[in-house]
Structure formats: structure tokens, C-alpha cells
Design a binder for this molecule. Structure first.
Ligand SMILES: O=C(O)CCC(=O)C(=O)O
Ligand SMILES: [Fe+2]
Length: 288
């Protein structure tokens, strides 16, 4: 019986902004990724929070297969923003065909991590650039390990062991003033959840600040005082020293870790440009 051969890859990994982010170059998605190479890439992901794969020309099948190496895939709902025939891929775009949107438009504005408002938020997401504007449409990423480490001890003591309330119901009007209010059925689908404000990453063992755009207030605190503290934490978390701006190049794929960072989409001139991104999403774990 012949042994299975793994074709060797020559993969270059280099850091981007201090230890925040690493670039993976020369990965060939048509070649099998050997276990040793994958282990290096996965280690870099945990060490650097996010990976930027450059010049990764890949089909939807290859995008799905690459993401699957990092864990179980999550199928996003509602299903109608997913790629026909490939429900593992969510389409983010302003493109319209015969009056029909080809994906979700205007997604990801405001600092957040994917699935933060669910009981089990998503571990990671891999966003892949199929079409990008000449200007704008950057994505911002913020390092929540560094943000937690840099908090004054008095603030750490105020938040350690506390849980925040994430509420689509209360925050919907604030984030989506242009949309109709949530229906009772939508409210039932997205009940409030509580997550620890400081979470420990299951793989790196490091502590990070866990807040996002659906965070409303803090359990066991007066709602106004909790809201004010959340705003204060946001101001701190989005300080430029923790932020990296990703200026997309065609065929970049960014894999970020929702458990230790925030991200935020930025606008572009939608009258002039089309932007088309495919996203795969990883199942996660209950924050602890
Ligand atoms: O399109 C972007 O820049 C980011 C969108 C986003 O938040 C996401 O894909 O999770
Ligand atoms: Fe997002």
C-alpha cells in the first residue's frame, strides 16, 4: 500500500504591527497543507491574534477547506446571505444583480466580534477579498489582550469576575436607527446573553477584554453606571495604540480570532465602487 504523500509548502510568516497580526505569504491553496506547516500557522494565529494570507487565489471550496483546518464551521443565518450551493460562505457586498442584492450590504460597522450576542460566540472568521474599492472599505482590528493588559489596576478590579449584558433588543435602535424595530419573533430569536467582561482564551491562556457593540450594561451594577463604564471601556479599547487598519489587497484573506480582538468595517463610496467579500465562520466556545 502506498503511503499518502504530503506536498511540502514553503510558508513565510512575518509579524505586522508588533506582535499584533502576522502575514502568511506563499501559501498555495491547491497544495495539501502538511501537519507541520499547519501547526506553525495555527501557532502564529494564537500568538498574533490574526493572520493575513496574501495572494491567496482560491475557490469557495478551497476557502471552506482551509478554514476547516482551524475548526468546525458555523453556518450563518439567515441563510439568504450565504453563497448559493455553499452555505458555509456568507457574502458581504453592495453588488446588486437585476435589483436583487447579492449579499449583505453595510455589514460590520461598529466595533464588535462576530457572534458576541450569542450564548456561544464564534471563535474566528476568515474574510476573503474578491473585489475591493480603490479607496476606503478598510477593516479595523483592535487587540483586546493589549487593551486588557493596559487597563489601570483600579479598572481591572472593577470588571474582574463581572459579566456584561449583550442585548440586541436594547441596542437595535442605537445601531440600526434606519431599520424597522425588531419584531417579537426576532426578539425571541436573539435573547439577551451575559458574558464575562474579562475572558481567558482557551488556547493561548491569555486574558482579554470582552465587549462589543451589543454590550449594554453590567450585571449587578446600576444600568446607567454600567452603560457609562462600558462606554469608558470602549474608548480605551479603540485607542489607536491597539488598532491596526487593514487596507485590503485583492485576494487577501484575513483570519481573525473573535475571542481576543474586535473589528470594525469602514465605509467606501458605494456609488463608485463594488466590494465583494466572502466570509467563513468558525464555531466557538462559551466565554470563560
Ligand atoms: O467587511 C468588513 O470590513 C468587515 C465585516 C465584518 O464585520 C465581518 O465580516 O465580520
Ligand atoms: Fe464582523
Amino acid at each position: 500500500m502506498g503511503a499518502t504523500l504530503e506536498v511540502g509548502q514553503t510558508i513565510n510568516i512575518r509579524s505586522i504591527q508588533g506582535i499584533f497580526g502576522a502575514e502568511v505569504i506563499e501559501l498555495d491553496p491547491s497544495l495539501a497543507l502538511g501537519d507541520a506547516d499547519f501547526a506553525r500557522i495555527e501557532r502564529a494565529w494564537f500568538d498574533h491574534n490574526f493572520l493575513v494570507f496574501r495572494d491567496l487565489v482560491m475557490t469557495p471550496e478551497q476557502h471552506i477547506a482551509l478554514t476547516r483546518r482551524f475548526g468546525e464551521l458555523h453556518i450563518m443565518t439567515p441563510l439568504h446571505f450565504n453563497l448559493p450551493g455553499h452555505p458555509e460562505i456568507m457574502v458581504l457586498t453592495n453588488a446588486v444583480e437585476e435589483g436583487r442584492p447579492l449579499g449583505l450590504r453595510g455589514a460590520g460597522m461598529g466595533w464588535h466580534s462576530d457572534g458576541e450576542d450569542k450564548r456561544v460566540p464564534n471563535a474566528g472568521s476568515m474574510l476573503y477579498a474578491h473585489q475591493i474599492p480603490d479607496q476606503g472599505g478598510d477593516t479595523l482590528f483592535a487587540d483586546m489582550y493589549a487593551a486588557y493588559d493596559a487597563l489601570p489596576d483600579t479598572t481591572k478590579r472593577r470588571i474582574d469576575g463581572r459579566r456584561a449584558r449583550f442585548s440586541r433588543i436594547d441596542m437595535h435602535e442605537i445601531h440600526y436607527p434606519h431599520l424597522p424595530p425588531l419584531t417579537e419573533a426576532q426578539k425571541c430569536e436573539r435573547p439577551d446573553v451575559h458574558h464575562p467582561l474579562v475572558r481567558t482564551h482557551p488556547r493561548s491562556g491569555r486574558r482579554s477584554l470582552f465587549i462589543g457593540r451589543w454590550t449594554r450594561d453590567i450585571e449587578g451594577m446600576d444600568p446607567d453606571a454600567g452603560f457609562a463604564l462600558v462606554q469608558e471601556l470602549f474608548e480605551h479599547a479603540s485607542d489607536p495604540r491597539f488598532v491596526y487598519r487593514h487596507r485590503w489587497r485583492l485576494h487577501d484573506a484575513v483570519l481573525w480570532d473573535n475571542r481576543c480582538m474586535l473589528h470594525c468595517a469602514t465605509p467606501f463610496d458605494e456609488t463608485r465602487y463594488q466590494r465583494l467579500m466572502h466570509r467563513t465562520t468558525l464555531e466557538g466556545d462559551v466565554p470563560v
